[in-house]
Ligand binder design. Structure first.
Ligand code: CP
Length: 302
């Protein structure tokens, strides 16, 4: 994995993904080290973020590395008209690795083709969010004891949800049965569904989540992605379509866990938080260990 950019989840083989998860387990046991003390990591966030940016920064800081970058492009020379191309060529001279979130689909691939240092895609528009997928796989493995043969229910905005797109592709390696719950307007794109079909896996589509809950090992909730809608009225019509309440998960399997990449809006009532089956805040914590594993693997020091 040394010097290998991570733009799309399938840039890394199943074995490489599993190696990151194994390494993340080691970082979870010992997250504070000095192995990044000679490295500078660039963090370029052109779109808002809480978990991804701060867990990357926490991961680097806990390993003794330095972070340079920005959390909004309005404070940079992009405001003066500088291109993404020139920004990447410049920042690659200041750092050993670039982490980038950008609203334009394909921007991370574009950056990886220009940069002489590796690029980690921290989300490119509605396309992919591969580091979220690695921490989702880690969270699923940790709660289920395995990644194989699970029933995974995915609920919400399957059309624009980039975490969903990357996770579906990754789970195709593990004989997953997919339960896809969304409004008709927000179904999983056929380009992503194609991966399920190519792997000859079972998938079922629903508009309501009730009948899925007793079958699921993992319920992966997502928010309706307001920022991707071209018509604000359509968002207003759909935004509250799902709302998971504590009572709805009482008759689920013992191993059932609720995951959510966060942020949430109204799709999970806060009364679910007290359930031992709610796992989304632990999931966000797992992001630190997985990102430590990823960065050190790419830099060839783990
Ligand atoms: N899960 C995730 O990408 O969260 P942020 O948008 O807060 O980074």
């Amino acid at each position: 994995m040394k010097n290998k950019s991570l733009v799309s989840i399938n840039d890394y083989t199943k074995d490489e993904q599993l190696r990151i998860l194994d390494l993340a387990e080691k970082f979870e046991k010992k997250p504070v080290q000095t192995i990044l003390k000679d490295h500078v990591i660039a963090s370029l966030f052109f779109e808002p973020s809480t978990r991804t940016r701060l867990s990357f920064e926490s991961a680097v800081n806990r390993l003794g590395g330095k972070i340079v970058g920005f959390s909004e492009a309005s404070n940079t020379s992009i405001k003066k008209g500088e291109s993404l191309r020139d920004t990447i060529l410049t920042v690659a001279n200041y750092s050993d690795l670039i982490i980038m979130r950008n609203p334009i689909e394909g921007s991370a691939r574009f950056a990886s083709e220009l940069s002489h240092v590796p690029i980690i895609n921290a989300g490119d528009g509605a396309n992919q969010h591969p580091t979220q997928t690695l921490l989702d796989l880690y969270s699923i493995k940790k709660t289920q004891g395995t990644l194989d043969n699970l029933h995974i229910a995915m609920v919400g905005d399957l059309k624009y949800g980039r975490t969903i797109h990357s996770l579906v592709i990754a789970l195709c390696n593990f004989n997953t049965t997919f339960h896809l719950v969304s409004p008709v307007e927000l179904k999983l794109p056929s380009s992503v569904k194609m991966h399920i079909k190519e792997n000859k896996l079972a998938y079922h589509q629903y508009t309501e989540m009730d009948e899925v809950l007793p079958k699921a090992d993992i319920l992966y909730m997502t928010r309706i992605q307001q920022e991707r809608f071209s018509d604000p009225l359509e968002y207003e019509r759909i935004k509250n379509v799902y709302n998971l309440h504590h009572d709805m998960i009482l008759n689920t399997k013992d191993n059932f866990r609720v995951l959510h990449p966060l942020p949430r809006v109204s799709e999970i009532n806060i009364n679910v938080d007290k359930s031992p089956k709610a796992y989304y805040f632990e999931q966000a914590l797992n992001g630190v260990f997985v990102r430590q594993a990823l960065i050190t693997s790419i830099l060839g020091i783990a």
